[in-house]
Design a protein around this ligand. Structure first.
Ligand code: FE2
Ligand code: FE2
Length: 243
């Protein structure tokens, strides 16, 4: 937290209504009516920088989201996955897809994270990278013995041993299997492993050059370039905005 920062909505209590998608169906109370009733000269709904989060630069780049916004487990998972793909000598586009494959879980939304993630990066990366991110979600459920990919043991724990993915996942996995870029997405699933050992995650700086070559960082910063997905990046900068 930056103490010298000039926080918005000075002198008032800034209330946070959680995003509906994070609370619907969870049994957590719906606080919206209660907080709406509290609105007065001293109570407002939060808009803008939240002192509970690190301040983002005015023109944030991709790695700023890794350092300042993504949840610890996701940031570590992405950096480690990309680091292993790089160590194994894979194409830089595959390394980038590994680095970005779960960014949606990092700070935006978990549900259908492959589809969201692909959309978030589409304006800035080669089409094949966004494609690999989109389809890794579906391909994760389907083994491919020819490359040594087995159904994840973690999924048996996450979803139960008898879980069957829905029709759209089966359909998309089938489409991906027949596509010329199949192996790029399949490689993402091969490096999609949670490494809970003591090996430190790579420094995000390790990927600066690859990002420089394959991710078109907008000069205005992610969130401010007027692209069709800018609002998704702004939502990660200000996840607690009321509107
Ligand atoms: Fe994923
Ligand atoms: Fe993953």
């Amino acid at each position: 937290m930056c103490v010298d920062h000039d926080w918005p909505q000075k002198g008032r209590e800034r209330m946070i209504v959680p995003a509906p998608v994070g609370v619907r169906g969870t049994g957590r109370p719906d606080v919206e009516p209660e907080l709406l009733a509290k609105l007065d000269a001293d109570h407002v709904m939060m808009m803008g920088d939240n002192p509970a989060l690190p301040v983002m630069p005015e023109r944030p780049g991709l790695l700023d989201f890794f350092r300042l916004r993504f949840q610890g487990i996701t940031a570590r998972h992405l950096l480690t996955s990309a680091g292993r793909a790089l160590d194994d000598g894979h194409d830089e586009k595959v390394v980038l897809a590994c680095l970005l494959h779960d960014i949606s879980n990092g700070c935006l939304i978990r549900t259908d994270h492959g589809y969201w993630g692909a959309q978030m990066i589409a304006p800035y990366v080669d089409e094949e990278v966004a494609w690999a991110v989109r389809y890794h979600q579906a391909l994760r459920y389907f083994a491919d013995e020819s490359v040594g990919y087995r159904y994840p043991e973690s999924y048996e724990r996450f979803f139960g041993p008898d879980y069957v993915p829905p029709e759209y996942i089966r359909r998309d996995a089938g489409e991906a299997r027949a596509h010329r870029w199949y192996m790029s997405s399949r490689l993402v699933t091969l490096y999609d492993i949670y490494f809970f050992d003591d090996t430190p995650a790579p420094d995000p700086e390790r990927f600066t050059d690859i990002i420089g070559r394959h991710f078109r960082e907008p000069a205005e910063g992610l969130g401010f370039d007027g692209s069709p997905v800018a609002h998704m990046w702004r939502t990660m900068i200000w996840p607690n905005n009321f509107l």
